[in-house]
Write a protein that binds this ligand. Structure first.
Ligand code: OXD
Ligand code: MN
Length: 673
């Protein structure tokens, strides 16, 4: 039964809730920066506003404040100076692709691979969520640069956030602070970004270790590609909250790049120097968990060859007057996956996180250090797992940990337990990397700030069958076709109905296209049409380190042995070696793969008989492969709504040049022996 409302004292109407107190917006010389901060100050109503200066003292003070609040664990400063550990909420451990939106005015412009919502509807919905969302919190204003400040390829952003975790991670991952504001001056342009963890605090309420919106449906990672704006709400996870990374450097930047004739790609950049001192610059786009960071920092097995890192995740490439593509790494650090990073797989990544690094969701050891699965070192007797619970060294495998003392490896495996989250991360300054190519990283070539000219572009994926070790595209269009067909195979290691099926991940950009995938393919093709000298575009290759035997054993050792493939690529560029010209592309001749220094640890030794197999065409496999690439094209051609089987006549189509390439390879395969 409804109860009658108590009349207000003296019969007057109840007073309206007091308007939230708005703190004063600080002054900024740049009017657009002031307007952006002022707008969100009034909506989010934080308790205070702090401008991120980029200075070490402010960074350290924020870290210490987080330690006091229980949001960071300070690691053993003798072993890991300047290092901290964070543990995230269980709902907030990875990118949320289902809550990531490209809010273009028209749905078709977001395309068939993106989630879309009408921009006005999204703005209204999110503005409601942002209203009062920073109560009890500090609003930080982070001026940041994607790329070396002042470089012609660099772009700038202003991220507003209420997360100190975001501030200190952005300090590592980008160039932040006063220098950026100075560079922007009165009217310099930037990408406006707003982020909130979506967890306002009531007066006197104690904060939690990892504030966020706990319900996945309350998280929004939104890009407005026409307005070049980024709005993120409810998540503190790196890929959702460090807005310079995926949201700006890939989604918004890919749109800008399409409009302005350059490229924003999910690619590592490396510098390779041969024994004669000739330098090559290579980019590589692999989907997640396919070894981009490992290749970017690899120690070559081939004597006399040197590899240096420029970037491990994102490349921005601009065409030069000579037709070459010049690349910078827009980032300033590595946001690497921890598990699996070991002295065997990537000693340079381990060295990169020796100091000034933030670890998220790894194991804390009793001596204040960190550990993760497949780190290649014995686990401590006991530790604290990523959820903050005790964990213990496994009874019969010192390289595993379980949730109870004395558990066996089999028991731990059966339970599915991991002590470090599978997507646990290190955020490490690039400058820590022992093999950093400092000039290239600073966007310089021949001492000039232009980015480095790219000689070869690689695509790849985890493909246990069919796809050869390395395959050279016969033309730029063929290279674009190869990229469009990239993907990774679901393996028997995963319990899934999709085993053996390929998840297509064109150019490794599936979660990162800022616009319609078909337009993106067209843009790649346009790079040749609009080039000042198409002959100077990079050569394109498809590589696959992951072929397996019928018994499930790797046929190629990978890691440092991949230098053999890179050398073959350099030899091709120099015209030093020929190739087997096949229906699918140019494959190496066995004798052209350098097998020197092929001794030692049998795990890292090339088996010549297996090598022969992975540089030939598996005709039956390729006929199937081409068919499934065609199916992915058909899928893109359908209307934006993913589950519709109808072909929408208004849908953007896969470019005819790629359809023609597919048909050409299919016909050549049919004719091949
Ligand atoms: C990714 C990453 O998810 O780089 O691709 O973090
Ligand atoms: Mn990535």
């Amino acid at each position: 039964m409804a109860t009658a409302k108590k009349p207000c004292a003296k019969g007057r109407a109840a007073p309206a809730a007091p308007a939230a107190k708005v703190v004063k917006t600080p002054k900024f010389e740049n009017a657009k920066v002031f307007a952006w901060v002022d707008k969100w100050n009034k909506i989010c109503t934080p308790d205070r506003i702090v401008i991120v200066t980029g200075e070490k003292k402010q960074h350290d003070d924020i870290c210490e404040m987080m330690v006091k609040k229980g949001q960071f664990v300070k690691l053993n400063q003798k072993k890991r100076p300047g290092c901290y550990l964070a543990r995230s909420h269980e709902s907030d451990v990875a990118r949320v692709e289902g809550r990531t939106f490209i809010c273009s005015k028209k749905e078709i412009d977001a395309g068939p691979t993106n989630h879309w919502m009408d921009p006005d509807e999204m703005r209204a919905k999110m503005t409601k969520a942002y209203t009062g969302c920073m109560k009890g919190r500090t609003m930080y204003v982070i001026p940041y640069a994607m790329g070396p400040i002042g470089n012609p390829i660099t772009q700038y952003g202003i991220e507003i956030t209420d997360s100190p975790y975001v501030v200190v991670n952005m300090n590592i991952m980008t160039r932040t602070g006063d220098a950026v504001l100075k560079h922007l001056g009165k009217d310099g342009d930037f990408i406006p970004c707003i982020h909130s963890v979506g967890a306002p605090l009531k007066k006197g309420e104690k904060d939690v270790a990892w504030p966020c919106a706990k319900n996945i449906d309350d998280k929004y990672i939104t890009q407005f590609p026409e307005d070049h704006e980024i709005w993120s709400f409810g998540s503190g996870y790196g890929g959702n909250a460090l807005l310079g990374k995926k949201c700006f450097a890939l989604r918004i930047a890919s749109k800008l790049a399409m409009e302005q004739g350059w490229m924003a790609e999910h690619m590592l950049i490396l510098t390779l120097t041969n024994p004669e001192g000739r330098q090559y610059h290579v980019t590589a786009a692999f989907p997640s968990a396919c070894g981009k960071t490992n290749l970017a920092m690899m120690l070559p097995k081939l004597p006399g060859w040197k590899l240096q890192t420029i970037g491990d995740d994102i490349a921005w490439l601009k065409p030069g007057a000579d037709g070459r593509l010049y690349a910078i790494n827009p980032e300033n650090g590595f946001f690497g996956v921890a598990p699996g990073t070991s002295m065997d797989s990537n000693p340079n990544a381990l060295a990169s996180c020796k100091k000034n690094t933030i670890f998220t969701n790894v194991v804390l050891t009793p001596d204040g250090d960190i550990w993760w699965e497949d780190m290649g070192v014995d686990a401590p007797e006991e530790g604290v797992d990523w959820k903050g619970n005790p964990c213990y060294r496994c009874a019969d495998d010192p390289k595993r940990m379980g949730p109870k003392p004395g558990m066996t490896k089999a028991e731990i495996k059966e339970s599915g337990y991991v002590a470090a989250h599978k997507n646990s991360r290190f955020t490490a300054p690039a400058i820590n990397c022992p093999v950093l190519d400092k000039d290239g990283f600073n966007g310089k070539f021949n001492k000039k700030p232009t980015g480095v000219p790219i000689d070869a572009m690689l695509f790849g994926g985890r493909r246990p069958s069919t796809i050869p070790l390395v395959n050279e595209a016969k033309s730029w269009t063929h290279g674009v076709f190869m990229g469009s067909a990239a993907g990774s195979e679901v393996t028997a290691a995963i319990i899934s109905n999709d085993v053996g099926k390929v998840r297509r991940d064109p150019m490794a950009m599936l979660p990162f296209f800022g616009y319609n995938v078909c337009d993106y393919f067209q843009h790649w093709l346009e790079m040749e049409r609009t080039s000042a000298n198409p002959a100077n575009l990079p050569r394109v290759y498809f590589v696959n380190w992951f072929r397996k035997t019928d018994k499930g054993e790797f046929m190629w050792p990978g890691f440092g042995d991949n230098s053999r493939v890179l050398k073959w690529i350099c030899d091709r560029i120099e015209g030093k070696v020929g190739a087997n010209e096949t229906a699918i592309g140019n494959l190496p001749k066995f004798e052209d793969i350098d097998l020197s220094n092929n001794e030692g640890d049998p795990r890292f030794t090339v088996n010549p008989a297996l090598l022969k197999k992975i540089i030939t065409v598996d005709k039956a496999g390729w006929i199937k492969e081409i068919e499934t690439v065609g199916e992915s094209y058909d899928e893109y051609d359908r209307k934006a709504s993913k589950d519709s089987k109808e072909v929408n006549p208004n849908a953007r189509r896969v470019p005819a040049a790629l359809r023609a390439k597919l048909a050409e390879i299919k016909a050549a395969l049919a004719k091949a022996k």
